[in-house]
Every structure is written in C-alpha cells, then in structure tokens.
Design a protein around this ligand. Sequence first.
Ligand SMILES: *Cc1c(COP(=O)(O)O)cnc(C)c1O
Length: 394
Amino acid sequence: MSERKDATRVVTAGRREEWTRGIVSPPVWRASTILYDSVGDLRAAGARDTHHRLFYGRRGTPTQWSLAEALTELEPGAEATLLYPSGVAAVSTALLAVLSPGDHLLLADSVYDPTRNFANGMLKRFGVETSYYDPLIGAGIADLVQDNTRAIFMESPGSLTFEVQDLPAIVEVARARGITTLLDNTWATPLLLPAIAMGIDYSILACTKYISGHSDIMLGSVTAAQGKYAALRDATYQLGQTASPDDAWLGSRGLRTMALRLKHHGDAALTVARWLADRPEVAAVLHPALPGCPGHALFARDFKGAAGLFGFVFDGGDEAARAAFIDALELFGIGYSWGGFESLAIPVDPQRYRTATRWEAAGPLVRLQIGLEDPDDLIADLDQALSRFREKKR
Ligand SMILES: *Cc1c(COP(=O)(O)O)cnc(C)c1O
C-alpha cells in the first residue's frame, strides 16, 4: 500500500490486535505486579528485552505501548518512543540520556523556560556546561561548537517568540561532528514537522498539549531515531520514569482526532493572526506562517502547516493596557498549557529569559492559543477587548 496520509495514520497507529483484542481502543490496563507461571518464566522475562512486553508495571502495559507505538509510527525513520509523566520529564530525561559531566550543551535562546531551568539547574550541578544560541543562527552554530559539545537542543518555532530555526543546517553541523540533536517538537507535532525524517536524533513532545487536546492530562514523549533508543531507554529505566495508563489512554483518545483538530487550530489561528496584523493597535504578529515572523522562509520550506499558537506585539501601551485587554476577553481563558479546545491568552515577557539575544519590541507581547471555537467569534471578542486596550493606553 502507498504511504498513508496523516489523518489516516492517527486513526490506525498503535492499535495492534494483540493490544486491542477486538476492542476499538486498547483499554486501560493498570498494573504494578505482573505474575509469572514459574520461577523459570520470571527469570526469562528479566533476561530479555522488556520493550512492549509485560514485565513490571513501571515498564508499561499495552495502554502505554499503544500510544508510544503510534507516536513512533508518526515519525518515519524512528526506532521507538517512551512516555513520561509530563513534557518537562521528557525533556529532562532525554538530556540526561545523552549528557555526562564535562559535556557541553548548546541550547536555543528561545527554548521553553523550564528546559532552560533544567540546564541552568540540575545539568549545571552535574557538571554539564550550557551555552545559549540565537535561534536564527543556522549553520553559524558551527562557531559555537566546542571540543566537548555533545548535544544541541532545539525548539522551533521558539517558545513565546516563534523564531523558526534552520533545523537541516544545524543537523548537518551536528552530524559532521557526532553531536546528538534533540528537538522540542511540541508546537508542530510530527504531523506538521516529521523531525526524525529530518535527521533529528530525539523528537520530544509535551503530549499535554496537542496529543491530549483537552487540557486534562500531563504527559510527555520522546521518540528516538534508529540506533538512538538504547541510551534513552537506559536513562528512562534508571530514573524510574513512567506514565500512568489512564493518562496514556486519554493521550491515545486525543491522538485519534489530532489531525482534524490541528487543521482547525491552524486555519483559525491564521485567520485571527491576519486580522490582528491589520489592526492599528498591533505592531507585529509573530506567526511563523506570516512573512514578518523571523525564519518565515524556513517555515515555508520545512513545515507542512501551522499550529494554533502565536503571539502579537502591541504598538505601544504598558503592562496595565495589556492586562486590561486580556482581562476584557470573554472567550479566551487566561492560562498556560495550550493545545486544548479552548482559546487562551497570556502576557509574556521574553526579555526575562533571554541571554544570547535581546528581545526588543514596540510594546508588550501577548501569546494566543486559538482553540476550536469559530474564529469569527474570537475576532469579535478580540475586537471588543482591543477597545479596552485603547482606553487604557491613553
Ligand atoms: C508545555 C511545554 C512543555 C512542557 O510540557 P508539560 O507537559 O507541561 O511538562 C515543553 N515544551 C514546550 C514547547 C511546551 O509548550
């Protein structure tokens, strides 16, 4: 059969007959103890590879394996996927899998803030040195590589500011020097950016966001390229990382509609972003699919579409005017974890986190997650809230 399309694969992926036993989705298999028929069986189970085999609850049951395998199937060229209790746990475990004391890490300056905290906190404590790079550096990253550089951690588009990185150029530099590449692919998911096929070694998702799609679970995943799984598995097992079967089950349930949801998020966000770009109160819209966004040409080259999260900068105004705008919104919740069905708005201040680059803008920045509502209603809501911004700005 020809290569299946994404909308088909999210429906079929991970549903092995041996796991579903005729039920449409694998049920929630809860376990700590797995019972063996004999001492011989018990010893044999411990001696062989436990991947996707019942061994001990921490190594999962068909409920977790089904989602893990589905995520592997969505990343052509991948070897296997492991699940984590959160996106941050996925990030930290992947970094611990590839770094040792004395190593050097290159981290994008636009990376998700808790990733930065892990590098500056625990990694530093364990003797790993981190340098931050301009997300627009591209092949220029070669100049930052040291003899002890072991990993480059990317996130594209960047958190808060949405710069798109030249991933193939960075991968080429890394490969030539034997450096491991990791990508936080939460924004695009494998549907919009098949990262492993681009040569990335580890593709990381906060499944909390689009995989779940309903803002009701915490879950993360790391998908390893061929030959990269063993190191990830060892770190994961040693750290005792495991995701609950209930959350994995909800993740699988979310995955089945993800192609459809992402299409709506993407289309509606672009409609809203274009509307905002024409407003006099708005100085800039940071949406990778719009020409003004740094790295837009790379986005057009590498991504299969856009997701529903972007930012915009007010033309002037202060903290109070921004807060008045956000507080006036009726359909947008005020909260962090995006990827759900409901639209969200939060104030963001990238200057607090950046060290390799400077964030300068005409006014305060707002991050919007566009949910599954009708974009016309969202635009009407933004319109009335912008009048509150204008009142406060004067
Ligand atoms: C939310 C998020 C994470 C962390 O995921 P949690 O499940 O909330 O721990 C990691 N990376 C990015 C880009 C995120 O947006």
